[in-house]
Design a protein around this ligand. Structure first.
Ligand code: GDP
Length: 492
């Protein structure tokens, strides 16, 4: 062996050794897998972007103990642990929010981001062992997918019966009419035919999408992938729809449309629902569920009741029964769950607690259940990004609490359309002191006199820069409280 090759060999050996020690020291770093979920447009993308931006840029986080106490010494983005999961596109979301002042592209599938925090423990003994380090793995996924869990326990005929009962309910039958008409024209016992399957699946998806639209804002719309297909759009496992199967009907005959739909429903369970729960959900340590309560309030009591049912289902997936399939694949227990009403910046400060009270009311039943099983659950109202400022405006001799913001281009109030550049002051209106009143009124009836609720969508805020030209972090409401609950104890 020549000296050179010997050198090369030791270099190589050192490299391998470095990798091993790197991996070993990395193994020693604890990690926290934090699930971020919520139905479409609840605010998941904005929440993760704001959380990371505030931690990377030393945002104002007075209630987050580690940051407020000056113990957070570093925050960096690191390569994520799961190579097969798309990375959360943090950089392009920040570019949209901060530089273009437009809201980023919303969540459409599962994605992940690793944020590594360096901190000093608040405790003398822990401090003696050196600095602390923790990986926070943020897992973003559509809440619609959680609502698929009950389907695992159903046969195709039960799924069909439940889905059709919902579609024929008074608040949905109008929206479901085209689907129900298409269904009436198809014989489930006729020979299988791809065209019929596609027609029905398309009509069923159109009905679900109509239920989700702003005017109705319904939440219980399984199967979850029909509205949020991820990377499975157009696949046969997503090309099925409920059929009218008479009670007591014989099992489907091979080669019929019904047998084809049954097969696809089973594929959906095997290839879509189970892998999601096994590969992503089962590995979470903690969870934040974002809820657009204001959107549901705007659509009326039917939307709120549907949301209440959906949140109950979500809680069931966090605490499945002992002998269920999900409990058999769970690798750990989610020990903290935070329900957060998002977009609180649409209200004046005085109404933030009322928004929180509405969300508490929505999750009340489920919370008792989870606390009983030893998980910590909290509820708060927040805005991950605060798009408005507060002001008092004198109106007819009275000082009224108002909010200032730049409405998105195309937003309208009283016939005026905004251009996306003009800042306005508006009175957002008040939430009722008693949340129950929102549930008992019929749609469109909630009208607290001349202070009726008005929700405009605003552009993201303009960020101030320091004298040195540094951009400051994104403003928020109670994001720090959320952080303290979700990870404060791990940085203590
Ligand atoms: P996702 O589907 O859960 O990922 O939802 P996004 O995070 O994309 O949010 C959907 C929309 O809600 C955004 O485009 C914004 O218009 C609005 N939004 C979300 N979070 C906030 C917030 O903190 N404040 C305000 N004013 N709007 C928000």
């Amino acid at each position: 062996m020549t000296l050179n090759s010997f050198n090369a060999l030791t270099d190589e050996a050192r490299l391998v050794l470095a990798n091993i020690t790197g991996a070993a020291s990395d193994l020693a770093v604890p990690s926290l897998r934090l699930g971020v979920t919520g139905l479409a447009r609840a605010g998941k993308t904005v929440f993760i972007t704001a959380l990371v931006h505030n931690l990377l840029h030393g945002g104002r986080l007075p209630v987050f103990g580690a940051a407020a106490g000056g113990r957070l010494s570093g925050a960096t983005l690191q390569p994520q642990p799961d190579d097969a999961v798309p990375r959360f596109e943090y950089e392009s979301h920040v570019a949209a929010l901060v530089h273009e002042r437009v809201w980023p592209q919303s969540t459409r599938q599962v994605s992940e981001l690793r944020l590594t925090l360096d901190f000093e423990s608040a405790h003398f003994f822990s401090r003696k062992f050196g600095r602390g380090k923790i990986h926070i793995d943020l897992i973003d996924y559509p809440g619609e997918w959680l609502l698929d869990l009950p389907l695992l326990a159903k046969e195709f005929r039960d799924f069909s019966a439940d889905a059709l009962q919902l579609a024929r309910a008074p608040n949905r039958s109008g929206l479901a009419a085209p689907y129900l008409e298409a269904l009436a024209e198809i014989d489930p016992e006729a020979p299988e035919n791809e065209q019929d399957a596609q027609t029905l699946a398309k009509a069923f998806k159109t009905y679900l999408a109509a239920c989700r639209s702003d005017a109705h804002a319904l939440s219980m719309l399984p199967p979850g992938r029909f509205l949020m297909p991820g990377d499975l759009d157009g696949s046969p496992a997503l090309t099925f729809a409920p059929l009218d199967i008479p009670a007591g009907a014989q099992p489907a005959r091979t080669g019929t449309l019904r047998a084809m739909m049954e097969r696809r429903f089973e594929s959906y369970k095997t290839h879509v629902i189970r892998p999601f729960f096994r590969d992503h959900f089962a590995r979470l340590d903690r969870q934040i569920v974002l809820v657009d309560v204001l959107h549901a309030i705007n659509a009326g009591p039917d939307a709120l009741k549907d949301l209440e049912i959906a949140l109950g289902e979500v809680l069931t997936s966090f605490r499945p029964g002992k002998r269920t399939w999900l409990s058999s694949v769970l690798t750990r227990r989610i020990d903290r769950i935070l329900f957060a009403a998002t977009k609180a910046d649409h209200l004046n400060r005085e109404d933030h607690d009322r928004l929180e009270a509405v969300l508490k009311h929505l999750v009340a039943g489920g919370i008792d259940y989870a606390e009983f099983r030893g998980a910590k659950v909290d509820v708060l109202a927040m805005a991950a990004v605060r798009a408005t400022r507060e002001a008092t405006v004198r109106h007819r001799g009275e000082d009224l609490p108002a909010i200032l913001g730049t409405p998105l281009p195309g937003e309208r109030v009283n016939g005026d359309e905004y251009d996306g550049h003009t800042e306005i002051a508006m009175f957002p209106g008040d939430l009722p002191a008693d949340p129950e009143s929102l549930f008992s009124k019929r749609a469109g009836e909630y009208d607290p006199g001349d202070k009726a609720l008005q929700f405009l969508r605003f552009r993201p805020p303009r960020l101030d820069t320091t004298a040195e030209g540094l951009t400051l972090s994104l403003p928020h409401i109670r994001l720090d409280r959320a952080l303290e609950f979700l990870m404060g104890d791990r940085l203590a």
